[in-house]
Design a protein around this ligand. Sequence first.
Ligand SMILES: C[S@@+](CC[C@H](N)C(=O)[O-])C[C@H]1O[C@@H](n2cnc3c(N)ncnc32)[C@H](O)[C@@H]1O
Length: 291
Amino acid sequence: MKGQDNKTTIKISEVSTLQSSTYKLSTAGFNDQQLKKLNGIIGRDIFCTNTSITDDNLLVCYNDYISADNSAGSSVKSEWGQTRDGFEGRLKTAKYKLAGLSRSISMTLNKHSGTNYCDLGSGDGSMGVVFAEEYKLKPIFMDINNYLDKSIISNVNFEAFDPSKDITSSLKYGIISCFHILHHIDSLEDIKARLLNIYDLLMPDGVLICREHDVSDPTTYSFVSYLHIAYEIKELTIPPDRYKEYLDNYRLCLMSIGELASLACACGFKVVGCTRPIGFDHSYYILFQKI
Ligand SMILES: C[S@@+](CC[C@H](N)C(=O)[O-])C[C@H]1O[C@@H](n2cnc3c(N)ncnc32)[C@H](O)[C@@H]1O
């Protein structure tokens, strides 16, 4: 069963300037639950022991973690999802996450049943598999690296793409999803370029469904950033001499709902629906349609 119709009103006119990347990371303002959550992800006492984490002591924590991990690999590459639940567990989590879509969003998605569907930034594939099944779509999975779970890797279509280039495709898609993807793109300018690219890949009435973090204040910005860094620390296999290089190059481009909506509208989309941000990570869904 889908969740309640919990549409959020977006006042795009209020978003005059894009404010992402203007906050400095700080744990000031985190509550006990947030610190506990960060601790829980890594399973080590690194966040609670430091009440004010700077980039420097974060690197020390990271170094400790890596040297304690004898399985460190040889490339600077995240083993996305490999240290989380098994794939069956991730499918269940995906079902739970997708049940958070509002009724109005689901109704619009249902109108595109049977069309080509691209899960852009597919990760292990769990969200795309469940989504394609729910809306009876013909899926193709795309990501900058192939992190598809081994159990589905051979029976699905996957295409790797270069994050610095437009994606080209002989197909037009009824639905494209970006589930927790856009904030992994380096900058707002690059997100805009990808949104324009997605616009071109969609059929005339095609829709883009995004799951994002609603980040509109400094504490949320810091918390969601640390949440990502905690997962990175847990999931990277990396030789110790390259950890600094990796973290130095690690980029997040977190946005508020209004920022993403105004970017997408500037690319020719309209907002069809949006759910209320929920949970520790302020996750929400927003559905855009080509106009
Ligand atoms: C948090 S995971 C989300 C995976 C999946 N969509 C899900 O919700 O389970 C982030 C994904 O973003 C991908 N990614 C990182 N940088 C990207 C970029 N510039 N463009 C597209 N995808 C990117 C990663 O490869 C990774 O699979």
